[in-house]
Design a protein. Structure first.
Lengths: 109, 898
């Protein structure tokens, strides 16, 4: 099993936005998606997803709607708004700049 | 959707749909755990274990919920609820402290709201339903009288009213006239004397009033000269007399005329009255015609109409006043042309004032209105004192809570939050105080109103929205004033030193603040007590002043003939019969007929005295025409010479009695007895002065230039001596019913007699002083009590803090008496400071009130001295108990206890 990494501060929002950019999904699905895509490297305490979702909703980056899940249960689906999409682009660019800068520094010698 | 609106929507939902959001959060989290469990089960984990693992993976569910809630952005309200619970718990744990503060605030707020109710009515409130009070005005005509005094009138003659309507159309869109009279309403046994407002047809246009039924009368029904005999009932009369049935078209006798009812005014309609709703409204023209005949539209001397005008939009008050003044001039010239005796408008130095509709804000504001504004200020001072006291108590408490507060700061409560918490406590106390205050208003407002407002105008004060709004404002003010100081102080505390210090130490800054507050309270109390002293002495002086007659024992009877026409001799015969009947009544000791009645109606005639020029500039001369028993009836003393008697009959040499002041004024240095006075014309026969009577107050309560002279009815205009005065045994008012029955029997229907105790005419003169005295005494007493409580708590607290110092002193050999003296001295130091500041402020402020005082100087040394001494006495009493307690400390015990 590979070593698990704690999520750097502030990146959870970015990951959620990215996950939602593929289409509306509910909280558990987001959690599963992040887990699978990161090949189980990122430890995200599942519960901490929800305060983050509510924060994003308050800022107007995602919208929530109750719908039917695949096994016919009521689930709260989140969807990226236009503002959310713009935010995702911004944050992705910022993240790329940051990691490149960090790499450059680490490659120094 | 912009992020701002989404944010707002989200927070609103969080605020108002809390329950829904909580349920959704629950459902959402449960869904997650369930899905996780299902996944694990699918992977082969046993269900129970799967559920456990899912929960663990999820994390602490309550903390997550909390975090999610925090994201909603409404923690502030959660904190507020927390603060309120916290404060309420703290206050419940200290019932005495809480009760003290709530009561103090309650009295302060209640007194304010009650007074506000009164001041509001007198000064600020426009008549109900009046449309746009900013453009509605009362015009006043100002002139300088022959005597040299300026005088303002709001009662105009009918011709002047017509001129205002005719010549001012470009500045006033409407001019209405009105006058309220006591008139007999109904017929026969049902007839009662009620207030009826005589109004012009356009009067109703000034109000947003729709008749309850029927209509108001029209301009055609109010046309010169005699209009149409119609009447509009008030809502109250309609309900009480007619049971609210459809009365339109029915007949009702008002005064002497049988009138057709055309409508009923709406429920809240009182017109311009500040005395409650009249019983009915009738057209001016029909009333004036019935009373004075067809000649009234040209009678300049009959000034009986009040007016209200509507200023046109865009016309300034100044421009309107100028136009008004011009019309006053034209009208006066027309009057002068008719009767040169009026003199020219230039001589009268005519001027105009366009004042707000409230009488209390016009040039004729009575003493009561002026006293009301002072009392308003006073009640505000009381609120200040109450707040100072409460702040004082809170400060004392803050000191004892210092460690608790420091502890909470150390535990990470932010200072802002802490200040908010303390402020919440003040707010809670103020709200409780406000509730108590409303109870005080409920009880006190009616009392104050009854004391001060005309009887018909008192209503429930509490139901009054403006008073409630004011009480709410006073509450918030109290919260801010009492909460800011302690909260601000707490915010400044240094955690470490506070935690290290024992409770005894520190708080010097607070102590200085508390002392300052106390000096402030004491000086305000001094201020109020000086005011109380001034009003009480004024009232006493006024009550003690001899009016020149005995108002308590005299009844006045007037006959209203209601259109019954009696020819001269017939009327005289009736009056003589009246007098004889009164004289024969067992309860009546003396009776007389007279033309003038004090504070009711006064006669006057031209006077000519050989050797004295332009008498009218020397004073106001009031004529009394009376039958021989007048002096005995009124109790007016004849100081020199003799009163007139039966022998001064028609045909005998004309005689006259003059008041002492008049004798001195007309014949300074000479004997008035035997002098000649000519009445009505320069060439009239001499009336010889045969007696000098004491001065009598007939028109003004105190006016050194008001004089009275008396002539026998048998020799001069007997027909004008139409008021019957009766001196009775026992309580005057109690004799009224029996005498009325007796006198009424003499009258042919529909005439009737009304009897009024003279005291009722005189009493309103005392009202302003009575009100001022009562209010200042009540508030001064309240202020003094509050200050004494404040002083007591401060000294008691101080003593408790200094127990160790006292013990050391006593242990080192100080006498216990020294300790008592020391403590009392510290208290008196504060009181002394308050007295000095308070008296200085009073010496500066009181002269502004001097016009309201009666024969007492605004800096009366007796009052100033008395207030100073009583405050010192109260100071000693308030400090004595803590002082004695301080002297009783057992040094050994205290010092060991450290």
């Amino acid at each position: 099993m590979t070593e698990r990494l704690d999520l750097p501060q502030g990146t959870l929002d970015l990951l959620i936005l990215k996950a939602l950019s593929l289409g509306p999904m509910h909280g558990w699905a987001i959690s599963e998606r992040l887990h699978q895509v990161s090949r189980a490297t990122l430890t995200i305490p599942q519960g901490s997803l929800y305060p983050a979702l509510h924060r994003l909703e308050r800022r107007g980056w995602i919208e929530a709607e109750w719908g039917e899940s695949d096994n016919n249960r009521k689930a709260k689906y989140y969807e990226l708004t236009r503002a959310g999409r713009a935010q995702l682009a911004d944050e992705t660019a910022a993240w790329a700049r940051l990691t490149r800068a960090v790499e450059l520094v680490l490659d120094m010698g | 959707m912009s992020s701002l609106t989404s944010e707002i929507r989200f927070r609103l939902r969080a605020l108002f749909a809390r329950g829904v959001m909580e349920r959704e959060l629950d459902a959402e989290l449960r869904f997650h755990v369930d899905r996780e469990t299902e996944k694990l089960v699918r992977q082969g984990v046993p269900p129970a274990e799967a559920q456990r693992q899912a929960r663990v993976a999820f994390g602490g569910i309550d903390r997550i919920k909390d975090d999610a809630r925090d994201q909603r952005g409404v923690q502030f309200l959660d904190h507020l609820a927390q603060d309120i619970r916290y404060a309420a718990r703290g206050l419940r744990n200290r019932p005495a402290f809480t009760a003290g503060i709530v009561l103090t605030l309650g009295l302060g707020i209640g007194a304010n709201a009650a007074i506000f109710g009164v001041v509001d009515r007198v000064l600020f409130r426009a008549p109900p339903l009046l449309r746009d009070q900013a453009t509605a005005h009362r015009p006043y005509r100002v002139r300088v009288e022959a005597i040299g005094e300026q005088r303002s009138d709001r009662n105009f003659s009918f011709p002047l009213y017509l001129d205002l309507r005719r010549h001012l159309t470009d500045v006033f869109s409407d001019v209405a006239a009105f006058q309220t009279r006591r008139l007999a309403v109904g017929d026969g046994a049902e007839a009662r004397e009620l207030s009826v407002t005589v109004v012009s047809a356009n009067y109703f246009n000034f109000f947003d009033a729709v008749p309850a039924i029927g209509r108001f009368f029209t301009a055609d029904e109010d046309s010169v000269p005699q209009g149409v005999p119609v009447v509009v009932l008030s809502y109250g009369l309609w309900q009480s007399q007619f049971g609210g049935r459809n009365v339109v078209g029915e007949r009702l006798r008002v005064d002497r005329t049988l009138r057709t009812i055309v409508g009923v005014a709406p429920r809240d309609f009182v017109g311009m009255s500040d005395q409650g709703a009249p019983a009915a409204f009738i057209p001016i023209t029909s009333y004036a015609f019935a009373l004075r005949g067809a000649g009234y539209p040209a009678r300049y001397g009959w000034t009986w109409l009040e007016t209200v005008v509507r200023r046109r939009p865009g016309v300034s008050v100044e421009a309107a006043t100028r136009a008004l003044k011009a019309v006053f001039f034209t009208n006066w010239r027309a009057m002068e042309a008719e009767d040169p005796g009026w003199g020219s408008p230039e001589d009268a130095r005519l001027d105009a004032i366009l004042a707000p509709v409230q009488l209390g804000r016009g040039p004729q504001a009575g003493a009561s209105a002026r006293v009301a504004s002072w009392v308003g200020g006073v009640s505000f001072i009381v609120l200040l004192i109450a707040c100072a006291n409460v702040a004082n108590l809170m400060l004392a408490r803050a000191v004892s809570r210092r460690r608790e507060i420091a502890m909470r700061l150390a535990l990470g409560v932010s200072r802002g939050r802490l200040v908010r918490q303390l402020f919440t406590e003040s707010l809670l106390l103020a709200v409780a105080g406000g509730v108590v205050g409303l109870l005080v208003v409920q009880w006190g407002g009616a009392t104050i109103g009854a004391l001060f407002l005309p009887s018909e105008a008192t209503g429930s004060v509490v139901t009054d929205g403006r008073t409630l709004a004011f009480a709410a404002m006073a509450t918030v003010t109290a919260a801010v004033l009492t909460g800011l100081v302690p909260a601000w102080n707490a915010g400044k505390d240094d955690v470490v030193s506070a935690l290290k210090a024992s409770e005894r130490e520190g708080g010097d800054r607070r102590m200085r603040l508390r002392r300052g507050l106390l000096v402030f309270e004491a000086s305000l109390s001094v201020l109020l007590l000086v005011g109380a002293g001034l009003f009480v002495r004024s009232l006493n002086n006024a009550r003690g002043m001899r009016l020149g007659y005995d108002s308590e024992r005299v009844l006045m009877a007037e006959v209203n003939l209601r259109g019954l026409r009696l020819e001269g001799p017939q009327a005289l015969a009736l009056m003589r019969e009246f007098l004889a009947t009164a004289q024969s009544a067992p309860s009546v000791t003396h009776a007389a007929m007279a033309a003038s009645t004090p504070f009711w109606s006064n006669e006057g005639r031209g006077l000519w005295v050989p050797g004295v020029d332009s008498i009218s500039t020397l004073g106001r001369f009031i004529l009394q025409i009376a039958t021989p028993d007048y002096f005995a009836t009124m109790g007016t003393r004849v100081l020199r010479g003799r009163p007139f008697n039966k022998d001064d009959r028609s045909g005998a040499p004309p005689v006259m009695v003059v008041s002492e002041g008049m004798a001195r004024r007309l014949w300074p240095g000479a004997d008035a007895l035997g002098q000649c006075v000519r009445l009505n014309a320069p060439a009239a026969p001499c009336s010889t002065v045969i007696g000098i009577a004491e001065d009598a107050r007939m028109r003004m309560f105190s006016d050194d230039r008001e004089f009275t002279y008396y002539v026998p009815a048998a020799q001069f205009e007997e027909q004008n001596a139409g008021t019957l005065l009766m001196r009775v045994n026992g309580v005057a008012a109690a004799q009224v019913p029996a005498l009325r029955t007796r006198l009424q029997a003499l009258l042919p229907a529909p005439a009737y007699v009304s009897i009024t105790p003279l005291a009722r005419l005189v009493d309103p003169n005392y009202r302003a002083w009575k009100f001022g005295a009562t209010m200042f005494v009540a508030f001064g007493g309240l202020a003094l009590t509050l200050a004494a409580i404040g002083l007591y708590t401060l000294i008691a607290y101080d003593v408790a803090q200094r127990t160790r110092e006292m013990s050391v002193r006593i242990a080192l050999g100080a006498h216990r008496g020294d300790v008592v003296r020391m403590v009392i001295a510290s208290g008196l130091g504060l009181v002394g400071g308050g007295i000095v500041i308070g008296l200085a402020a009073a010496a500066w402020l009181a002269p502004m009130m001097s016009s309201l005082m009666f024969r007492v100087g605004p800096r009366d040394p007796l009052i100033f001295g008395g207030v100073g001494v009583s405050l010192l006495v109260v100071g000693v009493i308030a400090t004595a108990w803590p002082a004695v307690r301080a002297s009783r400390v057992d040094p050994a015990e205290v010092l060991r206890g450290e």
